[in-house]
Design a protein around this ligand. Structure first.
Ligand SMILES: *Cc1c(COP(=O)(O)O)cnc(C)c1O
Length: 357
């Protein structure tokens, strides 16, 4: 496949369309076909379906080119997270911001079994994060914007401070995507994605990915993926790559919609607070009571009350309906994942529901 991992050569919208394709030769298909195979005729490089699949390689080449590193596909974002946390020895520390509840859940689970020490920090407080780092720190785990608090982290400052104490830095880039933020260019060691969200983008796939700058770290992670078997199906990967082709377009449209909705929500009297960092298509609103938040999420025609995010369709939910959600998240907070519909229709639907509160 053509090597498009030269970010300076082509722009992201072009890379998203052209990376991970078969060569331009007569009778080659334009897209890598789905190969449903558990085993291959022996003696070659492939051998077995847990080690490789053409769709994984095409997806990984494309995501790697977009993030500026080497990518590895996983069965889910959580499978990717578990594989990364397995890099950490039992007595070392992971410093983590208020993050996705599944990340927090894995850290708490490991801590309860003595397999890691966790220090939780507020990523928007740069000084506090730096103060939590020391020579026992193996990993600094960042999300920016955070899910669902929508805080931003000063990535370059935090990455530099973590490297000063010898820690590796993971940035969960699920919300921003490589279209808006490329953490490896800012010095991060590892990027994590729930490909379930924006990368696949159509609410029909569960998948994850890791992207790293250092090829030797890629080899280690590939070895663990082979060993543990946290691999995605060929069809899921094919769908995720199909989604990736339109990522730049979808992000452009959904981000413009989100900015416009944030502006209008600010002016609505039923809304106490709007959290919109001005980056991407995710935002959150805080309503006066949890009851109002529940009512809002059940009073719309277009907006779907659903968890997850990053699809072409707009969805929203009150996050504290989940028992594992952090106590810092207000009871009345509704997280909105803005889709690519016409923004006038999205606003009309939200406004009629807010007017009834
Ligand atoms: C959904 C999500 C994950 C977990 O990914 P899955 O694909 O659901 O396993 C990790 N991080 C963030 C920010 C997410 O939103």
């Amino acid at each position: 496949m053509a090597d498009l991992a030269k970010p300076a050569a082509l722009r992201p919208s072009t890379v998203a369309v052209h990376a991970g394709r078969p060569p331009h030769e007569p009778d080659q298909p334009l897209n890598v076909p789905i190969t449903m195979a558990s085993t291959y005729v022996g003696g070659g490089d492939k051998e077995y379906g847990r080690y490789t699949n053409d769709a994984w390689v095409a997806f990984e080449d494309t995501l790697g080119a977009l993030e500026g590193g080497k990518a590895l596909a996983f069965a889910s974002g959580q499978a990717a997270t578990a594989t990364l946390l397995d890099l950490v020895d039992a007595d070392s520390v992971v410093v983590a911001g208020q993050s996705y509840l599944g990340t927090a859940g894995q850290l708490a689970d490991r801590e309860s079994r003595g397999r890691v020490k966790t220090r939780l920090v507020d990523v928007s407080d740069t000084k506090a994060v730096i103060a939590a780092l020391d020579e026992d720190t193996a990993l600094l785990w960042l999300e920016s914007p955070t899910n669902p608090g929508m805080e931003l982290a000063d990535l370059p400052a935090l990455i530099a401070a973590a490297h000063d104490v010898g820690a590796r830095v993971v940035v969960d880039n699920t919300f921003a995507t490589p279209i808006l933020q490329r953490p490896l260019e800012l010095g991060a060691d590892i990027v994590l994605h729930s490909a379930t969200k924006y990368l696949a983008g159509h609410s029909d796939v569960v998948m994850g990915a890791v992207v790293v700058a250092d090829p030797s770290l890629w080899d280690v992670l590939k070895g663990r993926r082979d060993l543990y078997g946290a691999v995605p199906g060929p069809f899921e990967t094919w769908l995720a790559l199909r989604g990736l082709r339109t990522l730049p377009l979808r992000i452009e449209r959904a981000s413009a919609n989100a900015a416009e909705l944030a502006r209008r929500l600010e002016q609505h009297p039923a809304v106490t607070e709007v959290r919109y960092p001005g980056l991407g298509a995710m935002l959150a609103v805080v309503l006066a009571t949890p009851e109002q938040a529940e009512l809002l999420t059940h009073s719309t025609l277009l907006w779907v009350h659903a968890t997850s995010l990053g699809g072409v369709e707009s969805t929203f939910e009150r996050r504290r309906r989940w028992k594992g959600e952090a106590r810092e998240v207000p009871e009345g907070l509704v997280r909105l994942s803005v889709g690519i519909e016409d923004v006038a229709d999205l606003w009309a639907d939200l406004e009629q529901a807010l007017d009834r509160l």
